[in-house]
Ligand binder design. Structure first.
Ligand code: G1P
Length: 290
């Protein structure tokens, strides 16, 4: 079955970015001129996804507005002949986006469960908004390719420093199914470094079969007293194969301040209109301060 649908959980409180996120969703924090969630939506589209459900919480209305048409703004840009800018906002209107409120945030597993009726009986992807991924083939597309070959759930993983395992879901890899794709013995949410089965962390892109929903419905709270997607995936792996695909591209964790800064600088360097001035600025700043 073709993978057509994506779920983007966006109900988190964004406490790391207070006060910026007091009234604005963290998913709307811009990387220069583009909100972080738009990078995720673009990755979905580039991977062939047609319908996207964004699971939102309180004060998330700006996300809905961002992906809605803005007649007034379009008319002004049209009248001023600003075609290029007009295209950047019009391109967004053609996406099939759906929204669901998660009234009581009880963890990532609970957020994904909100998508049960939207997904129905199809394989789907989950894309977390804190991780921006850059690679020649979009990571979500890589997961879909593995699904097309195996018809099995597949999660993206990446090595992280040992001391960081307690921030992630971590896998216990078994043998390689093929280069860079592992069979997995166990999926463990946020293990302490001493007990982590490896340093391969789950990095915010999941391709899941719909059987996950029955498991999420009966999933007791786990780490942090939250209903954990990782725990339900560990149970899924006992009834059908779940693969882990190692990501070799670049990952930007925009969920913390340093990762957010790095992303802004890298993105700035990729924009022709900023690149040279930014390099000059960085060189001059380093020289002055060090
Ligand atoms: C979530 C998942 C975790 C995963 C991480 C990736 O954790 O529960 O398994 O490794 O995202 O960013 P969170 O960052 O929401 O605590």
């Amino acid at each position: 079955m073709k993978v057509r649908k994506a779920v983007i959980p966006a109900a988190g409180l964004g406490t790391r970015f207070l006060p910026a996120t007091k009234a604005m969703p963290k998913e709307m924090l811009p990387i220069i001129n583009k909100p972080t969630i738009q990078f995720i939506v673009e990755e979905a589209i580039q991977s062939g996804i047609e319908d996207i459900l964004i699971v939102t919480g309180r004060s998330k209305r700006p996300i809905e507005d961002h992906f809605d048409a803005n007649d007034e703004l379009e008319a002004v840009l049209e009248a001023k002949g600003k075609q290029e800018l007009l295209n950047t906002i019009k391109d967004l209107n053609s996406i099939n986006l759906f929204f669901k409120r998660q009234s009581y945030p009880k963890g990532l597993g609970h957020a994904v469960l909100q998508a049960k009726n939207f997904i129905g009986d199809e394989p789907f992807v989950v894309m977390l908004g804190d991780d921006l991924m850059m690679d020649t083939v979009p990571l979500t597309k890589q997961l879909i390719n593995n699904y097309n070959e195996t018809h099995a759930s597949t999660l993206a993983v990446m090595p992280v420093p040992r001391q960081d395992t307690s921030k992630y879901g971590v896998i216990d890899p078994e043998r390689e199914y093929k280069k860079g794709v592992y069979n997995v013995r166990r999926f463990v949410e946020k293990p302490a470094p001493e007990v982590a089965p490896s340093n391969l962390a789950i990095i915010g892109r999941y391709l899941l079969t719909p059987e996950i929903f029955d498991l999420l419905e009966t999933q007791p709270a786990g780490a942090g007293n939250e209903i954990q997607l990782t725990d339900a995936i560990d149970r899924l792996n006992k009834i059908q194969r779940v693969f882990a695909l190692e990501f070799n591209g670049h990952r930007y964790d925009v969920g913390n301040k340093m990762g957010y800064m790095e992303t802004i600088i890298e993105y700035g360097l990729s924009l022709p209109e900023l690149r040279e001035d930014l390099i000059d600025f960085i060189k001059a700043t380093v020289k002055e301060r060090l």
